[in-house]
Design a protein around this ligand. Structure first.
Ligand code: FA5
Length: 335
């Protein structure tokens, strides 16, 4: 029995020093101890068996605890800043890839940069709003069919994820009223994510981005708006462009227009290839009134366009659904 205790202490001491502690279970000393049972008198075998079992339990415990220590030590030696293959020792692995900015983030910055250089103040639009900002303040009469054109989502509580950035108009007008009364003007551009319950295809997303201008002064004109928009598109695409307007209906402008550019030859177009870029017009007197601005004294213009379609033309992207797809193959093109 004394011999068993002695061997137990010796093996446990070996476990503490070993890098492969489980191997110790195969040691010849243990085998001898197991074999010795048959050479003992029958009446001693019970006690001997118990002490051997106790040794095995103590040894197992020591081995498991040593294995945990070894595992923890291995984790601690990993250098999280080192290239992947340095830690694993494996060859031919790609180095960790750095993320990149999403092309829409870059392009929204480009758009906003152009308008702020023209003197417009930029505001990010909200992603949750109400019926009044989506329709009421924008001169959509109750139950008017024009509301259906916006395929609007609603929460159970009646809130609206905005279907266009025009939901910012009433806030911008109210916030700028004091500036008008002090003899100044309102010049703002809002931008952000909008949502529509749309059937999806290569040019229609349910979640996309818009940019929207609002300008109010005592003598704003359509000519100023067309000049500002033409400058914007020429700076954005970096070349002279042919542009035109055609009549369109939006309840919040009168007259309402669509602004189109001729697809530049450099971007795969041919003469007469007109692309409608945005909706625009003179702000309806009722929209000014709903912000407390007197439409007899002040007048303004507004426009709203889709960011994705602008970017698709610039980079020759054939399907709008790539933007939200998260596909690396697409995103890597904008490194
Ligand atoms: C509007 O959203 C108006 N708020 C624009 C406006 C603002 C008019 C201010 C007058 C004054 P419309 O629904 O046409 O209009 O959308 C404007 C632009 O958003 C479109 O020209 C297009 O570029 C983009 N757009 C609309 N629906 C989608 C869609 N499902 N996917 C991607 N882009 C879209």
């Amino acid at each position: 029995m004394d011999n068993v205790k002695e061997i137990q202490d010796k093996l446990i001491a070996q476990v503490a020093l070993s890098d492969t502690p489980r191997e110790i279970l195969k040691s010849s000393e243990l085998k001898q101890l197991y074999g010795a049972i048959t050479s003992l008198p029958v009446e001693e075998r019970g006690n001997y068996g118990k002490s051997i079992n106790q040794l095995k339990r103590a040894l197992e415990l020591a081995i498991t605890s040593k294995e945990l220590d070894l595992e923890n030590a291995a984790v601690e030696t990993i250098d999280v800043t080192a290239p992947w293959d340095k830690n694993t020792g494996r060859l031919n692995l790609l180095p960790a890839e750095q993320g990149t900015r999403h092309p829409l983030t870059t392009e929204i910055e480009n758009i906003i940069d152009i308008f702020t250089r023209m003197g417009f103040e930029a505001f990010e639009s909200r992603q949750i709003d109400n019926d009044e900002n989506m329709f009421g303040a924008l001169n959509f009469p109750e139950n008017h069919p024009a509301r259906d054109g916006y395929d609007t989502f609603r929460t159970e509580e009646g809130f609206i994820p905005p279907a266009h950035t025009s939901t910012m108009q009433n806030r911008i007008l109210k916030a700028g009223k004091a500036k008008l009364e002090a003899g100044g003007q309102i010049a703002a551009v809002s931008y952000g994510r909008v949502f529509r319950n749309e059937d999806l295809d290569a040019t229609h997303e349910h979640t996309f981005y818009q940019y929207e201008g609002v300008f109010v002064s005592k003598d704003a004109t359509l000519g100023q708006m067309i000049g500002a928009l033409r400058s914007f598109f020429e700076i954005y695409y970096g070349q002279k462009l042919k542009t035109k307007t055609q009549p369109a209906y939006f309840p919040f402008v009168e007259p309402g227009l669509e602004f189109a550019i001729e697809r530049p030859v450099a971007l795969g177009g041919k003469p007469g290839d007109w692309l409608e870029m945005l909706g625009c017009g003179m702000i309806h007197p009722n929209v000014l009134k709903s912000a407390g601005i007197d439409p007899v004294i002040y007048r303004g213009f507004a426009w709203g366009g889709g960011v994705e379609r602008l970017v698709m033309l610039k980079h020759g992207i054939e399907d709008i659904r790539h933007f939200e797809s998260g596909k690396l193959q697409f995103l890597r093109k904008f490194l």
